[in-house]
Design a protein around this ligand. Structure first.
Ligand code: NDP
Length: 453
């Protein structure tokens, strides 16, 4: 294997940077550094740990534009989106900076003494992250892990390591001690695997494909590691005939073509009640054709390229000769992994495009009859990450929200992710919750102490 990683810019296919490629030995060294740094980091007074995390958020604020441009170029995402994501990274550290002083326990009435619980950090935590939202997804793990007193080894995706490497420097500049945050940029098959097997790693927090998630859960079982998994999705966007169709059609494209569809929350199955399919499709047509696809650094751009040639090939396999292509947007010609936003309609719920996670700008429109049919179709998948319900009937909105088997739902909106609310999947979309107060549970152990009186 070469000893460098060639990082490509997806919009141009040109080399963005060559960086050293980490291997299993580098993971061992990083884990040893994290282990050595753990006692002092966990022993910091809660207010002192909070203070360091606030300093980190401030340092990230100073580097906001630099990180945004780096992420936009490396991941091929529109600069406006990248700025928004870096804003969320900063907000995540601010939110969890409040956590060290709020890691509360319980007092429990028992006979003969006093019982109470405390939350202990786990130790060294391994973070394995994907290429679609590189620093954002890392921050969802870094924030609560560090706030709870753990030290971390972060392995970013090989395709998008640059913001994670810059983050490691910024953390040192903000005053985090050497060894508290360690980044190893190398392949999943060597570095990721070693992190999963390493006896000194207490937990793995993973975001990526369901296939690799399965391997991680199996590998972690050998050392009874704690694992949280945020995996794939095939999320439903359910639009009833009584909905505000204009609003539903205006926001449906961003919900599936945002980040060029490379989003685990992508509402890629659009279920539309049969009487309004034609009206909805005509509104959607206008919205999809007006998506500006192009240079990620152009302020007007709403959708960039796919991450790689491989990804483009996979996505293309869903839009072959027999696919019912109803709407096709535009995309640039020439170098870059471009793919025009595409809507298939009507799609049979059993078709491959309706069942597999495409992870590209391809949406399936599937007609449905009534509420029961909508719920049945929405749940007919191995996944259960997010979803939306559009209707003016409040009772139905709540009934359907309770009936859909997914971790994050929105009503008359397509947004899923907020710093202060829990995020994660049902079924094969994974387990464990990120963000909000719930994420701290995944980075602490509950200890019960009894004091005899
Ligand atoms: P992967 O699941 O392969 O990659 C996610 C992370 O896991 C990367 O850091 C990767 O490292 C690492 N990894 C890969 N193999 C192992 C292993 N054996 N042990 C430990 N870590 C490992 O996703 P892909 O990048 O291959 O994308 C494939 C598909 O996964 C996409 O098309 C999409 O369907 C889905 N996906 C879902 C995401 C989500 O947010 N839920 C995010 C990304 C992908 P490296 O990349 O360096 O090899």
């Amino acid at each position: 294997m070469p000893d460098t990683l060639t990082v490509i810019e997806p919009a141009t296919e040109a080399v963005l940077e060559e960086i050293p490629r980490a291997g299993a030995d580098d993971v061992d060294a990083a884990v040893a550094r994290a282990k050595a740094a753990f006692p002092a980091w966990r022993a910091l007074a809660p207010s002192a740990r909070a203070e360091v995390l606030h300093r980190l958020a401030s340092r990230l604020e100073e580097a906001h534009e630099e990180l945004s441009v780096l992420e936009a170029r490396n991941a091929g995402k529109p600069i406006g989106d990248a700025r928004g994501e870096m804003g969320m990274v900063i907000a995540t550290f601010r939110y969890y900076a409040a956590a060290p002083e709020r890691l509360l326990g319980d007092t429990i009435p028992v006979a003969g003494g006093q019982a109470f619980t405390v939350r202990e950090p786990l130790g060294v935590v391994g973070l394995i992250t994907p290429w679609n939202f590189p620093l954002t997804i890392a921050a969802w793990k870094l924030g609560p892990a560090l706030a709870a007193g753990n030290t971390v080894v972060l392995k970013p995706a090989e395709l998008t390591p640059l913001t994670a490497l810059r983050f490691e420097q910024l953390a040192l500049e903000a005053g985090l001690a050497e060894g508290v945050v360690n980044v190893v940029a190398g392949p999943g098959s060597t570095c990721g695997r070693r992190l999963v097997e390493h006896p000194d790693v207490a937990k793995i927090a993973f975001t990526g494909s369901t296939e690799v998630g399965r391997m991680i859960a199996a590998g972690a079982a050998q050392t009874i590691k704690r694992v949280t998994l945020e995996l794939g999705g095939k999320s439903p966007n359910v639009i009833f005939a009584d909905a505000d169709l204009e609003a539903a059609a205006a926001s449906a494209p961003a919900a599936v073509f945002g980040n060029a569809g490379q989003d685990c929350c992508a509402r890629s199955r659009i279920f539309v009640q049969r009487p309004v399919v034609d009206e909805f499709m005509s509104l959607l047509d206008t919205a999809v054709r007006s998506i500006h696809v192009g240079d990620p650094l152009d302020e007007k751009t709403e959708m960039g390229p796919l991450i790689s040639a491989n990804q483009r090939e996979t996505v293309g396999s869903f839009v072959n000769g027999e696919a019912p292509v109803a709407i096709r947007g535009q995309a640039p010609e020439g170098p870059g992994f471009w793919f025009a936003p595409t809507v298939l309609c009507p799609v049979d719920p059993g078709a491959r495009a309706a069942r597999e996670e495409i992870f590209g700008p391809v949406a399936c429109v599937i007609p449905f009859e009534d509420e029961e049919d909508a719920v049945r179709l929405a749940n007919d998948t191995i996944y259960g990450l997010s979803g939306s319900i559009w209707t003016r009937d409040g009772g139905r909105a709540l009934r359907v929200a309770r009936a859909i088997e997914a971790g994050v739902l929105s009503i008359n909106s397509n947004t899923s992710v907020r710093v202060s609310t829990p995020f994660g999947g049902f079924k094969q979309s994974g387990y464990g919750r990120e963000l909000g107060p719930h994420a701290l549970d995944a980075y602490t152990e509950v200890k019960s102490i009894y004091y005899a009186v």
